[in-house]
Design a protein around this ligand. Sequence first.
Ligand code: SAH
Length: 265
Amino acid sequence: MDNVSPKKHLGQHFLADANIARNIVEALRLPGGVTEVLEIGPGMGVLTGHLLQHPEYRTTVIEIDRESVAYLERNYPSSLAGRIISADFLKQDLSKLFPGQALSIIGNFPYNISTQIYFQVLAHRHQVREVVGMLQKEVAERIAEPPGSKAYGILSVLVQAFYDVDMLFAVPPHVFVPPPKVQSAVIRLIRNATEKLDCDEKLFFQVVKQAFQTRRKTLRNALKPFGMPAEATTEPIFNERAEQLSVAQFVQLTNHVEKHRAVST
Ligand code: SAH
C-alpha cells in the first residue's frame, strides 16, 4: 500500500487537483530574492512535487504524521534528502531551524490549527517574508478583510500590521480527499516595510486582543481593564468599536494607553 489513509484529527484533506496545486505553488513571489521555502503539512506531496520543479528554491517540508513522512521519504529519496522534518510546526523555533535566513512559507494547512499557524508566523515575522496558504475560507477572510467589515478581528489587525494580504482564489470541497465540510481559499501574505511599529509592540498585541474581546462595546468600555482615568478617554476614538479601527489607529491607541494606563500587564 503506497497511499496514506487520511486522519481527521490531523486535518488531513489531500488535494487531488494538480492544476490547483500548481496555481498555489506559482503564487509564491519569493520577495527580495528569498530562496528558502518551507512547506507545512506536505502529506503525500501534491504541492511538494511542484515546488521541487523549481531548483532555485531550497525546499524543506515539515510534517507531523509519521505515515506521511515515510511516504515522502520513499517517494522523494534524493530531492528532499535531509529536508524532511518530522515534527509539529507549532512547536518549532524558526530562528533555530533557519538561522539568520529569510523564508517563504507555503501549505495546504491543517484547518484545525490554521489560526495558530498564523500566530506562529507573526512570532517569527522578522524571518517570514511570505506565506501562501490554503485554509478555511472564513479564516482567510478574517485575515484579509479591511476595517469595518464583519470578519475584521484580532488576526486581521495583527497580520495586517506586518503583512500585505491578498485573497487569491476560492477552492471548492470536492477537489479534496476526503472533502472538507467547509469552503477553502488561498491567501498570500507579503511582509510589508514596517520593521517595527511606532509603539510598544507587546502592548499593541494586548490592546488589540482586549479591544476585540468585547467587540460590540465602545473602546472606552472595552479597554477598562487598563485602568485609564475617565478624563483620559474623552477623545472621539473611544466612542468607536474595535472593528472600525485601522492598524494605524491601533498604534495611536496603544501609545495613548501606554501613557495613561494605571495597570501594567
Ligand atoms: N499538502 C497536502 C496535505 C494537506 S492536509 C495536500 O495538499 O494534499 C494537512 C497536512 O498537515 C496533513 O498531512 C497533516 O498530517 C499535516 N499536519 C497537521 N498538523 C500538523 C502540524 N502541527 N505540523 C505539521 N504538519 C501538520
